[in-house]
Structure formats: structure tokens, C-alpha cells
Design a protein around this ligand. Structure first.
Ligand code: APR
Length: 279
């Protein structure tokens, strides 16, 4: 795969573009934003960093949708982010309009692409993107669970003191206040977490995972680095066909007894997008 377009060149879009470069995930990154100066400026800024590390990725910024032509994957972060005190649902109305507009243009200019919605509230936006695109559901999957998982694993690491790589875990459900960090199914190198930590500590980790985004927003206005990194991990599984099992917000068609809803479930993510939903 060779080209990724980022619709929304704001804080997450910028961080993500840089990470795609550093990880050399593709040959070309297009940053699109209605604020064209931001897109062009960030593309220039990131491109200036590439010669020091020697990464070979072409960056460009635009406000013209025709430049997304030929994209293999498109990430949507366009919209309005959460302000202190706002829930993701507060953003629903504004961002639904933005996502519909963006997906309409993706259909027009890059109808072979995979779409990874990130704009909040994530699960409704993933559903809107799926419905508006008319694409096969395997090609539209939102990033939320991967971020919640990275937070969950960090808290497990902090509680156990053991290596992060040894931790395997899962967060399913809504990317929001009702997410489910599955403490019962988490393991450290195959050892069930409930045998390593007392119940009170597990409850603490569960609550901290759900609340940490709001805490970061309160402290500095937005969550940026962890979401950018989580998206890059999903892209990596796609472009390298890793077939990682990742929680993604995907349309359910009978799985988990649900239909016509996009919500976070574990899925095999590879070169064809969501290749299988695991129940
Ligand atoms: N088309 C394209 N870009 C748009 C549009 C639109 N219709 N509307 C807004 N944008 C752009 C803004 O100009 C801005 O640069 O989207 C960008 C959003 O960037 P930020 O405001 O910095 O938000 P960010 O922190 O990157 O978060 C983006 O991801 O996690 C979610 O809740 C978060 O919904 C938010 C999204």
C-alpha cells in the first residue's frame, strides 16, 4: 500500500502524519483540511524533519479533495474535538454533518479506499461513515478501542510493574463512558490478571481506563499523542497485513446478537480491513 490521506490536519492528524513518516508505513501522506494553511504548513513542517531520520515519505497539504485520489486508507479526524466538561455525545450533531460531507467526498474521489473514522463520538460516526459510504463493512472501521486498550495496558503495567509487551488485554463496547475494559480476560504472559492483582486494584484499573481521557482533556485541552499512536498501530496492521486482533468500531450484522450498529469488538485487521469479527 502506498498512499494515506488524513482528513483533518489538526492535532491528531499532525501527530499521526509524523508517526506514519517515522514508521515509514507508506510512500505518501496527504493532509487535507478545510483550513488549508494548517494542512500545507504541517505537511511542510513534517517533511522538514524527514531528512534527519532519513524516512522516505512524501507529505503534502491540501484543501482540494481531488488530491485524495488513489488513497489506500483514509483517516477521518475532521470535526470539533471535546472541550473540558463535554462528553463525546455533545459533539454528535456537529460532527455528524462533517463526517457525512467528508465521506461523500471520499466516495467521489477515492471509492476504493478503506476508511478509519476517528472523529468523536466515535461509534455513531463509524456507523454514519459506513452508511454514507455504502462500502462493504470490512472497509469502514473506527479507531477507539485500540486507544482505550493502550490506556488499559498502561494501567496494568503501572499496577504490576511488569513489561508492557507481556500484557495482553481487550477493551470492547462504546468508545466512551460505557466502554468495557475486560480485566477478567487480561493476562500477563498468559497468567490471568485476577490471579496477580486483588479485586480492588482491578476495579481501580477499570475506572481509571474509562476516566483518563477526561482527565487529560481537563489538564491540557485534548488527547493527541495516544490517539495518534493508536491509529498508526491500526494502519500498520493493515499495510503490513499483520492480522492483529484489534478492537475496532465496526458494523455488526448479527454478531454479539446485534444488527445495524457500529460498536467496539475484537476484529482481525489486515490488508482487507476487518477480515473477521471475533465473538
Ligand atoms: N472538513 C475537513 N476538515 C475539517 C472539517 C471539515 N468539514 N471541519 C473541521 N475540520 C478540521 C479542522 O479545521 C481541524 O484542523 O478538523 C481538524 C480537527 O482538528 P482538531 O480540532 O485539532 O481536533 P483533534 O484533536 O485532532 O481531534 C479530532 O478526533 O478524537 C477525536 O474528539 C476528537 O473529534 C475529534 C477528532
Amino acid at each position: 500500500m502506498s498512499k494515506i490521506s488524513l482528513i483533518g490536519a489538526g492535532q491528531i492528524g499532525g501527530t499521526l502524519a509524523h508517526l506514519i513518516g517515522i514508521k515509514e508505513l507508506v510512500n505518501e501522506v496527504v493532509l487535507f483540511d478545510v483550513a488549508s494553511g494548517i494542512a500545507k504548513g504541517k505537511a511542510l513542517d513534517i517533511a522538514q524533519s524527514s531528512s534527519v531520520d532519513g524516512f522516505n515519505v512524501k507529505f503534502s497539504g491540501t484543501d482540494d479533495y481531488k488530491d485524495i485520489k488513489g488513497s489506500d486508507v483514509i483517516i477521518i479526524t475532521a470535526g470539533v474535538p471535546r472541550k473540558p466538561g463535554m462528553t463525546r455525545m455533545d459533539l454528535l450533531k456537529i460532527n455528524a454533518g462533517v463526517v457525512k460531507d467528508v465521506v461523500g467526498n471520499i466516495k467521489k474521489f477515492a471509492d476504493d479506499a478503506m476508511i478509519i473514522p476517528v472523529t468523536n463520538p466515535l461509534d455513531p460516526m463509524a456507523q454514519i461513515a459506513y452508511k454514507t459510504s455504502g462500502f462493504d463493512r470490512s472497509r469502514v472501521f473506527g479507531m477507539g478501542g485500540m486507544l482505550d486498550l493502550s490506556r488499559f495496558k498502561q494501567f496494568i503495567h503501572e499496577a504490576t510493574g511488569y513489561s508492557r509487551e507481556s500484557t495482553k488485554a481487550l477493551v470492547i463496547g462504546e468508545h466512551g463512558e460505557n466502554m468495557l475494559p475486560l480485566t477478567r480476560f487480561a493476562t500477563v504472559s498468559g497468567i490471568p490478571l485476577p490471579t496477580l492483582l486483588p479485586k480492588e486494584k482491578l476495579d481501580e484499573i477499570f475506572t481509571a481506563t474509562k476516566g483518563v481521557a477526561a482527565e487529560v482533556i481537563k489538564l491540557k485541552g485534548a488527547t493527541v499523542h495516544a490517539p495518534g499512536n493508536a491509529i498508526s498501530a491500526m494502519i500498520e496492521s493493515v499495510v503490513q497485513d499483520k492480522k492483529q486482533v484489534i478492537p475496532v468500531s465496526t458494523n455488526l450484522d448479527g454478531e454479539y446478537g446485534q444488527k445495524d450498529v457500529s460498536i467496539g469488538v475484537p476484529a482481525v485487521v489486515g490488508k482487507n480491513g476487518v477480515e473477521k469479527i471475533l465473538e
